[in-house]
Design a protein around this ligand. Sequence first.
Ligand code: NDP
Ligand code: 2IT
Length: 453
Amino acid sequence: MSDYVNELMAQVKAKNPAEPEFHQAVEEVAESLALVYDRHPEYRAAKILERIIEPERIITFRVPWVDEQGEVHINRGFRIEMNSAIGPYKGGLRFHPSVNQGILKFLAFEQVFKNSLTSLPMGGGKGGSDFDPKGKSDMKIMRFCQAFMQELFRHIGPNTDVPAGDIGVGGREIGFMFGMYKKLRNEFTGVLTGKGLNWGGSLIRPEATGYGAVYFAAEMLGSKNETLEGKTCLVSGSGNVAQFTTEKILELGGKVLTLSDSAGYIYDPEGINTEKLHFVMDLKNVRRGRIKEYVEKYPNATYTAVDPTMEYNPIWDHKADCAFPSATQNEINLKDAQNLRKNGVYVVSEGANMPTTPDGVRLFLEDGILYGPGKAANAGGVAVSGLEMSQNSQRLPWTREEVDKRLQMIMHNIHKTCVDNADRFGTPGNYVNGANIGGFLKVADAMIDQGVV
Ligand code: NDP
Ligand code: 2IT
């Protein structure tokens, strides 16, 4: 590691204690940027990365709410407004008991580079709460979402900060939050993305992250004159990203063997076909059940419980060609990466944000795996959020074909940006450097143009 990265990381750790995910995300980007700084000392002199690391604003607030039994609950709400050099803050809201400032700072930091890669005018932000939506009634969810928006509304707006979904936040939650925002502001604007289709949402937004991660994998395979046709795939998670990743893999002729949730995973040797996927979508999105129930319906599949204290996650220990981690951060550790290699996996496209630990990433890069890091591979979701903002501004919805065509073009261009920058800075085939550098340059130039603000 260069002296620059060492010094920077010492400062980041001292100034942001107890935020290991944030340290991890910053270190990876800093290592890539060391290549840029050798040739472009002006970015270093202007302390661009040092400025990006410091959020422009962090909003923390109390979310008190009363459930239908009259019990009072108190959660903590956050919005990290990380960087607005190239557009309004943009990024999802996560509702999960593990949410804390460090996790949201890592996500907001990643979002800055990801949003830049989409080529659309969006800055980076992220927010959420330690609220746990799992197993809660629709009434509890509504009451929490309304209470959350009762504070968040004063900090966001269609030209200021435009949140969307992430873990635990889907169409239902966006609806409840949009309703409260509209009531408080008395205006109907595109303040959130991922909205319902008949009140300002975009076609393909629910599908976009998963579809995009598969388009990115197809682009990586295309660089080797291969396609997804006939490829076997391991997918983790069973939420929004995992479901539409599965749908697109099936459409492109691949076979999906696994899905999971935080309690365990299912392995279906016959493959999860369209009918089975529809069962999963109904199970997760309507009945809000657990992935374990899959094997009751399809007994040829097996369910394996997974405990987070295990040395490795057995979902990554099956023979396959491709892996699409689509659940959460650090779900692939070094041992999992070794298992993937051992089992013949040579394409990894990250639907989740930072799902691979740094030693796992190093192994993928050293072994020449086609490895698409999250900030490139899962950028399709926020890209279509950007397209939703355009449609809201125009007050004109686009067709499914139009949005999908643009999504494919954006994923193609992100892939090209990664390849070109990896080449240009002397590390051909390294999508990590390509994505970090490609995302950085546009933001850095905008920050230089706009002065020290
Ligand atoms: P959902 O809430 O729809 O689904 C999350 C899935 O991941 C669930 O199956 C959940 O299982 C599992 N999961 C969540 N936390 C953990 C954990 N700590 N350990 C194991 N499994 C876990 O979220 P999304 O599908 O939207 O998000 C998945 C990933 O994709 C996240 O990393 C998110 O940041 C990223 N992402 C999402 C985008 C979007 O547009 N939605 C865009 C870009 C990236 P369980 O039900 O048991 O919690
Ligand atoms: O991580 C992400 O890119 C998201 N959760 C989606 C953000 C968005 O604004 O659509």
